[in-house]
Design a protein around this ligand. Structure first.
Ligand code: SIN
Length: 190
């Protein structure tokens, strides 16, 4: 099963006419910023948690053996920390292709971690529970096992998880879900 949300995302232009757009990254967009950006700042958004509940059939797995990557799941009262990038609007074109397996551009309020009280409206790529590549909740051991074995055109699924865990450590972000999974792969119990 291969999804492609590229065309849908191109219709989603809430910031049309803006010369620069804030984009919140919470997964690979934190540690794999291989796109041009004007500036980046650590930030968080309210009401969401990061979960390895999204299938990856195109980057970290295959249609036959999907990997698992992160999406956001609603959780009132908690914050999800990541990285905000200010980008030129045309940078969304390649990002729509990168995020095409079920992610949709959604508007969110970003709160910057380097300046208390400062916030901005921006975009986030969100893969909702209703997208065809959504895998949903599973026991942590099962998720870790799937990540340990999956491999796709962008490389091993384990690289995605371990790079994300390292980037969150570096940002000083505590994420029990990500660190527990990473610990299962590296043998460090958590
Ligand atoms: C993101 O990083 O913000 C979206 C999910 C991903 O590309 O890993």
């Amino acid at each position: 099963m291969m999804l492609d949300t590229t065309r849908q995302n191109q219709q989603r232009n809430p910031f049309a006419g803006h010369s620069a757009i804030w984009l919140f990254g919470y997964g690979s967009l934190i540690w794999k910023a291989d796109f041009p950006y004007i500036e980046r700042r650590p930030a968080h958004i309210h009401g969401w948690v990061r979960r390895f509940w999204q299938g990856s059939h195109d980057h970290r797995g295959t249609p036959e053996a999907p990997g698992r990557v992160v999406t956001l799941v609603r959780r009132p009262g908690v914050a999800c920390h990541g990285m905000a990038y200010r980008i030129a609007p045309e940078v969304l074109t390649p990002l729509d292709v990168r995020e095409k397996n079920g992610y949709l551009r959604e508007v969110t309020r970003l709160h910057f971690d380097d300046a208390a009280g400062e916030s901005a409206e921006g975009l986030v790529y969100l893969a909702g529970a209703d997208n065809a590549a959504f895998l949903g909740e599973a026991p942590l051991d099962a998720i870790a096992e799937q990540i340990a074995t999956a491999h796709g055109p962008s490389g091993p699924n384990s690289d995605y998880l371990l790079n994300l865990a390292a980037a969150l450590h570096e940002l000083g972000v505590e994420d029990d879900h990500v660190f527990a999974l990473a610990g299962r792969l590296t043998g460090e119990a958590r």
